[in-house]
Design a protein around this ligand. Structure first.
Ligand code: URA
Length: 200
């Protein structure tokens, strides 16, 4: 068993917070063990809880459309969530739930070692950019310890708001160029050779 499948087994059996009691299935995440790009959403919803897979409902279909717009498929990227079990009624994750689940996501990132981590929505953004506002930093990449972090709005939020939808599409469109330039981007700084990109 690979370390990642071992981690999935631990997540499926996890009882560290009260969400374990109400879940149908935990949703560890999925994708290639050597994925260059990792998306981090918020929490499983109804369909994810039923299937045990991330982003399989309406937001997932939109995410797949967004990936296709930059010639990516969901099979090529890794998809995870900040918390692995569905909060009742899809309410926001609570701080103690996020804290209990944090070691799982940390370990996933350690094992996959993605070059680029794309946060979807406020909760995954807050892990890497505490105190930042998504309306200010979305679509702006920052390299920290060799990994490029890129905050985007959550696809579910963008689904029904035409303005946000355009923003998400525009932010997604920048990903291929960021990936192509990733080695030239310096940690924590604005590189001179990719100034056309929004970096902070
Ligand atoms: N929204 C998320 O943040 N994650 C999922 O897996 C599905 C919807």
């Amino acid at each position: 068993m690979s370390e990642l499948s071992d981690l999935y087994a631990q997540i499926r059996d996890c009882t560290l917070c009260s969400l374990a009691r109400a879940r149908a299935r935990a949703v560890p995440g999925e994708g290639p063990e050597d994925a260059a790009v990792m998306f981090i959403g918020e929490a499983p919803g109804f369909h994810e809880d039923k299937s045990g897979r991330p982003f399989v409902g309406a937001a997932g279909r939109f995410l797949e459309e967004l990936l296709a717009s930059v010639n990516l498929t969901r099979e090529q990227v890794y998809i995870a969530n900040v918390i692995k079990c569905r909060p009742p009624g899809n309410r926001d994750p609570l701080p103690d739930e996020i804290e209990a689940c944090q070691p799982y996501l940390d370990r996933q990132i350690e094992l996959i070692r993605p070059q680029m981590v794309i946060t979807l929505g406020r909760f995954s953004m807050a892990r890497y950019f505490p105190g930042s506002k998504i309306s200010v930093i979305h679509g702006r990449a920052r390299k920290i310890n060799g990994v490029l972090y890129y905050p985007m709005y959550h696809p579910a939020a963008a689904l029904h708001q035409p303005k946000l939808r355009r923003t998400v599409e525009e932010d997604m469109a920048k990903i291929p160029e960021l990936l192509a330039e990733i080695d030239q981007i310096r940690d924590g700084q604005q590189p001179t050779d990719v100034q056309q990109l929004s970096l902070f």
